[in-house]
Ligand binder design. Structure first.
Ligand code: GCU
Length: 129
């Protein structure tokens, strides 16, 4: 089934900026996380029904160092230190996926950087029920 896409540039951004200088992103840009622990992007997503969904984070990391993030759904960490490894270039975008249990209706999905390098550049979240 086709997922629903939520652009990071439209999400709630705490300690990060929207940029568009690296090609290949969808929408109008991506989020460049501040290089700090605790910087985050939070999406509010909607599920038609309660149940399992795949959360696919599209990102780029032009360094050779993992930029792990905690994935938090409705306030609960469901994937601690999820890896966002180097993709080879800031213009090379890859997807990292996590399985989550969603409530019917609105849910929050937050991706929080856990190291001083901050998060990767985050393009979008695609949710597939
Ligand atoms: C570079 C790159 C940014 C990236 C940053 C970082 O400045 O151009 O897009 O976010 O490195 O290391 O986080």
């Amino acid at each position: 089934p086709t997922g629903t896409r939520y652009e990071a540039e439209n999400a709630t951004i705490v300690r990060g900026v929207v940029e568009s200088n690296h090609a290949g992103h969808t929408g109008t840009g991506f989020v460049n996380y501040d290089n700090a622990v605790g910087s985050y992007v939070e999406f509010t997503i909607t599920a038609a029904n309660a149940g399992t969904a795949t959360l696919a984070f599209r990102f780029a990391n032009g360094t050779t160092t993992n930029r792990p993030m905690d994935i938090v759904v409705n306030g609960t960490v469901i994937a601690a230190g999820k890896a966002f490894n180097g993709t080879g270039a800031w213009t090379t975008w890859q997807t990292a996926t996590v399985s989550a249990q969603l409530n019917a209706g609105a849910n929050t999905v937050r991706a929080t950087a856990t190291t001083a390098n901050g998060g990767p550049n985050l393009d979008h979240l695609e949710v597939t029920a």
